[in-house]
Write a protein that binds this ligand. Structure first.
Ligand code: SF4
Ligand code: SF4
Length: 428
């Protein structure tokens, strides 16, 4: 089906908007409302504005765009809502409508085109970008730029630059097309998605994920032909490109006969499990996207659902866990990562207050809305510090980047680890 035909469905649907009964029970779960106390920056207020636009009572203007853009799309309100409002679906559709109806300034269009349509789906450009950034790190150029203070002259660029994750060599792209045999008897055959930026900045995490799955009787295939899942595109409203990448992933993976398709990135997993929503009006991909979504599993969900091989090496640390929004609210996965952490001998688990409140990462929110993201992060770090934990665990690379920035600014030097990295350590 043509992209232009599908675009006409890319707006909040009245039946979805009508589920909101304006009770306000979601307000306290909303990080932007908690920060600003402004109704228009609450879930209820944003749904009201979407309704006004849908009924032709308000224009898509700067004020509407600002309130919709300031939403983290964390879906905390979705969990709190007793009426079953699918807020994530609404805000993503609202952003898609803005994208198709409003022309952004030329520099924003150029930046979005470069990042979303050229860089993220291209392994070649990601490798080149990784090589350039890596060169900056090893030659000391990055250090020099930071030391010179020149970034202070460009608004919040200094804070934003600190969020850049270090490049890891070699990249995970070199594993594409490989099969990793199960350790011992093969119980499952699974596909692993490498992500986009994760291939160059979380290559060791991806390798740890392969090892942990092998240890648990999985033959792990890293299929060639896979691409960036399109989650960042969906969150930014760029649905035509998201659909293009989704089709590529469905074509590359569905025919493989896998027992499961695995990701270690909660933000990606949420979109991958909702591919069918992108194609609900596309007869060519509607059924195939549903099949694909049914096979998708977060790695913690998959491991907690099988007969886990018990880890044996003790980790004598106190660990707290930050729920990734797209795992807890988007996929309703809360107990599984905790179950895996508690299976590690010697590990003391300490729950933090408000662990399912967003840390401010939210895809690229901490880049485009840095000030708000850092205010939210400061409160998150206060919760982390109250636990006295030695280690912060989470299950999403994006949250790891944000929490590491939080440790630098407000923490006590706690390492930030993916649940799978800790499990890998306990198996090694
Ligand atoms: S998705 Fe998050 S930031 Fe957006 S309205 Fe809901 S709770 Fe607030
Ligand atoms: S989104 Fe749900 S909780 Fe929030 S105001 Fe609407 S019905 Fe109430």
């Amino acid at each position: 089906m043509a992209a232009s035909d599908l675009a006409m469905f890319d707006k909040p649907q009245q039946k979805d908007l009508d589920r909101c009964v304006h009770c306000g029970l979601c307000l306290n779960s909303c990080p932007t409302y908690r920060e600003l106390g402004i109704e228009m920056d609450s879930p209820r207020g944003r749904i009201y504005q979407m309704n006004q636009v849908a009924q032709g009572l308000a224009e898509i203007g700067p004020s509407y765009i600002q309130h919709i853009d300031l939403c983290l799309a964390c879906r905390g309100c979705e969990t709190a809502c007793p009426s079953g409002v699918q807020y994530g679906r609404l805000v993503e559709a609202a952003r898609a409508e803005i994208e198709t109806k409003i022309q952004r300034p030329w520099y924003q269009r150029l930046g979005r085109d470069l990042v979303f349509r050229r860089l993220l789906p291209s392994p070649t450009l990601l490798r080149v970008a990784g090589a350039i950034l890596g060169l900056g790190e090893v030659t000391g150029l990055q250090w020099l730029i930071r030391k010179s203070g020149i970034l202070k002259r460009f608004g919040r660029l200094e804070q934003i630059e600190k969020l850049a994750p270090p490049v890891e060599f070699p990249s995970f792209f070199r594993q594409y097309g490989r099969n990793f045999p199960a350790a011992g008897e093969r119980r499952y055959r699974v596909a692993l998605l490498g992500g986009c930026i994760a291939n160059i900045s979380f290559a060791r995490l991806n390798e740890a994920t392969v090892r942990v799955l092998q240890k648990n009787g999985c033959e792990v295939v890293v299929p060639d032909g896979q691409t960036c899942c399109g989650a960042l595109h969906v969150h930014a409203g760029i649905r035509d490109q998201a659909r293009k990448q989704a089709r590529q992933n469905i074509d590359a993976l569905l025919a493989g006969g896998f027992d499961a398709i695995i990701t270690n990135a909660a933000g990606c997993g949420s979109t991958l499990k909702e591919y069918h929503e992108l194609f609900e009006h596309d007869p060519d991909y509607a059924e195939r996207s549903r099949q694909f979504s049914r096979l998708m599993k977060d790695v913690t969900e998959f491991l907690a659902g099988i007969d886990l091989v018990p880890p044996t090496i003790p980790i004598g640390k106190t660990v707290t866990y930050q729920d990734s929004c797209h795992l807890a609210h988007g996929q309703k996965i809360r107990s599984q990562p905790r179950k895996l952490l508690k299976a590690i001998p010697g590990l003391t688990f300490k729950e933090m207050p408000g662990s399912d409140i967003c840390c401010g990462s939210a895809g690229i929110y901490n880049v485009v809305n840095n000030e708000m993201a850092m205010e939210i992060l400061e409160k998150k770090m206060a919760s982390v510090n109250r636990t006295g934990a030695d280690v912060i665990a989470t299950a999403n690379p994006g949250c790891m980047i944000q929490l590491r920035a939080g440790v630098c600014q407000h923490g006590g030097g706690q390492p930030v680890r993916h649940v799978i990295e800790l499990l890998d350590e306990a198996y090694s």
